[in-house]
Design a protein around this ligand. Structure first.
Ligand code: ATP
Length: 239
């Protein structure tokens, strides 16, 4: 479904990612793990068209999207849930969700987004209970649900999730990760998950990639990476 080939990404003279190749099959959950500054977020921004590769190619759903605009990539079926969630605090939960359907409205035409809104509320009943509450007053875990729900409103085939567990208590992280599994199992979504909590990510992932200073160092089935001594020493620590 998604394939990056030999992708180079740079911020001016800073080379953040070097010749990275990665693929995510339809319906797979793939984890991209690595330390701070390894280039994980940079790779996601390249997939969603917010940054252009200096070289290499990106293909999604059989189409070359290497130079496509970000809104076209959303319409092609990729939704990005950014690091730090970026919900609009003063706006209600429901208005935040509705923002996610923005790219589906064509000039002069109204698109019925109620089926998606209902689907989001069925997935996250807590958001329905709080639909008129200002999103900024929600807990961190609930705000993450809003960020994911907003991404679902674009009717994606694939979700890019950037550190969904960031700043959350371990039990809340577990809850969010259970939701990610459910999104794949119930909705058939394909997921590329960036996460510093490597253990939590590899537990729900089918496969994983380890990124170190901009290079893909290791890849394999999630169970193998969890059992790998080097991965354990560098990224897993104690449970
Ligand atoms: P983190 O988990 O801390 O978000 P990451 O693996 O997602 O780390 P990136 O944010 O992709 O890492 O950063 C990769 C490298 O690119 C780092 O060296 C970082 O300093 C650099 N970088 C990121 N964003 C910019 C930017 N806007 N301008 C210049 N350099 C940047």
């Amino acid at each position: 479904m998604l394939r990056l080939r030999n992708v180079d990404l740079a911020y001016g003279r800073i080379q953040a990612v070097r010749r990275a190749s990665l693929h995510v099959g339809k319906g797979e959950i793939v984890a991209l793990i690595g330390a701070n500054g390894a280039g994980k977020t940079t790779m996601l921004t390249a997939v969603s068209g917010l940054m252009r590769p200096a070289s290499g190619s990106i293909e999604f759903d059989g189409r070359d999207i290497t130079r496509a605009q970000a809104d076209a990539i959303v319409r092609a079926g990729v939704s990005h849930v950014p690091e730090g969630r970026l919900v609009f605090g003063p706006m209600t939960v429901e208005d935040n969700l509705l923002l996610g359907s923005f790219t589906r409205h064509r000039l002069g035409r109204r698109t019925d987004v109620r089926p998606e809104l209902e689907q989001v509320y069925a997935m996250f009943p807590r958001l329905e209970e709080r639909r008129l509450q200002a999103a900024g007053t929600l807990s961190g875990g609930e705000q993450q649900m809003v960020a994911i729900g907003r991404a679902l409103m674009a009717k994606p085939k694939m979700l890019l999730l950037d550190e969904p567990g960031m700043g959350l208590a371990p039990t809340v992280t577990k809850e969010i990760f259970r939701y990610i599994l459910k999104l794949r199992d119930a909705l058939g979504l394909t997921v590329l998950l960036v996460e510093q909590n490597a253990r939590a990510a590899l537990r729900i992932a089918d496969r994983g990639y380890v990124l170190e200073t901009g290079r893909i160092l290791l890849q394999g089935p999630a169970g193998e990476l969890l059992a790998n001594n080097d991965v354990q020493r560098a990224y897993l620590g104690r449970d």
